[in-house]
Write a protein that binds this ligand. Structure first.
Ligand code: F6P
Length: 342
């Protein structure tokens, strides 16, 4: 059995741990051969691959990023994309393809399996934790840890100057990182994309914090929008993925808070630092187990399936089920956090 592996979409701490788990078990227990396709779907589209053997995966467990490279290339939008992938997989004598990715990468895998019979197994990854059918994706715990540490540090500088510190975290469509890091870091306001916020209410919370002699921390997900956000935040243009471009909700909010409360405010945009560096112990554990179970799915011929975490068990679910809709923050969970606002 010869297995191809690719990592697609935004990178995420733990990708290398999946690759190591897959290769170690596949070579040692099943005598499989592995190749790594470079840069997500670009690899099989162009036949760009590297051999993946035990020496190739030595020492990569704690390394962030991906040794295979990643991209957001989507073969479905390319002329002849499917035929080129099929031809290259045949030329490279690939029997199965393990695709490690988020909604977009796995959406392609689901389609390639269902419509073109390409034997794909999926492994879910995203720091955003917004993939359905799995309790957690690896990368999320690391991102929350980084954001929480940043919030802890911002508390002390906010207190010294009695300023408002607005922290913008990743999460275009789902507020998981904002909610978890905001709770863990003791934020006074948490704003998520799932619920439009009232800027007057945010300013009231901020002012009540000052009245109690505290300097407030506001955690805002990059995709959070004020009630009239379409008018004030969207600049109308589309990015290369067709998403409406936002013009920096964190910076905008700090200016509004200053204008409406008279208090000084600063913004920290955490950005890609949340995706970089070594994975947390939890993410290494989860990613390694995903790798071990993905190679078992290949052995069982269980194609079109994705490994997923349910409680402490790793189960298999149809890839299509995971990509059908985003897993967003439940309103009740968000409401629960509201007791700390203000
Ligand atoms: O999906 C992961 C993610 O990090 C999002 O949180 C963020 O909005 C996006 O990717 C950023 O993408 P890029 O790396 O292309 O700037």
């Amino acid at each position: 059995m010869r297995v191809g592996v690719l990592t697609g979409g935004g990178d995420c701490p733990g990708l290398n741990a999946v690759i190591r788990g897959l290769v170690r078990k596949g070579v040692q227990e099943y005598a499989y051969e592995f190749v790594g396709y470079r840069d997500g779907w670009r690899g099989p589209l162009e036949g760009d691959l590297i051999p993946l053997d035990i020496p190739a995966v030595r020492g990569i467990l704690p390394r962030g990023g991906t040794i295979l490279g990643s991209s957001r290339t989507n073969p479905l939008g390319q002329p002849d994309g499917i035929r080129r992938i099929k031809d290259n997989l045949a030329k490279d004598e690939i029997d199965a393809l393990v695709t490690i990715g988020g909604e977009d990468t796995l959406g392609v895998a689901a389609k390639l399996y269902e419509e073109y019979g390409i034997k794909c197994v999926g492994v879910p990854k995203t720091i955003d934790n917004d993939l359905s059918a799995t309790d957690y994706t690896f990368g999320f715990d690391t991102a929350v840890g980084i954001a929480t540490e940043a919030i802890d540090r911002l508390h002390t500088t906010a207190e010294s100057h009695m300023r408002v510190l607005v922290v913008e975290v990743m999460g275009r469509h789902a507020g998981w990182i904002a909610l978890h890091s905001g709770l863990a870091g003791g934020a006074n306001v948490i704003l998520i994309p799932e619920q439009r916020f009232d800027v007057e209410q945010v300013c009231a919370w901020v002012s009540s914090r000052f009245r109690a002699s505290y300097a407030p921390i506001v955690v805002v997900a990059e995709g959070a929008m004020p009630q009239d956000g379409d008018a004030v935040l969207k600049d109308g243009s589309l990015d290369s993925f067709g998403h409406v471009r936002l013009s920096g909700v964190g910076e905008w909010l700090a200016r509004e808070i200053e204008r409406r409360t008279g208090k000084e405010a600063r913004t920290t945009v955490l950005g890609h630092v949340q995706r970089g560096g070594t994975p947390s112990a939890f993410d290494r554990w989860l990613a390694t187990r995903f790798g071990l179970h993905a190679v078992d799915a290949v052995r069982d011929g269980d194609f079109g399936m994705m490994v997923a975490l349910r409680g402490t068990d790793i189960v298999r679910v149809p890839i299509a089920e995971a990509t059908a809709r985003l897993k967003t923050v439940d309103p009740a969970l968000y409401e629960e956090a509201g007791v700390f606002f203000g």
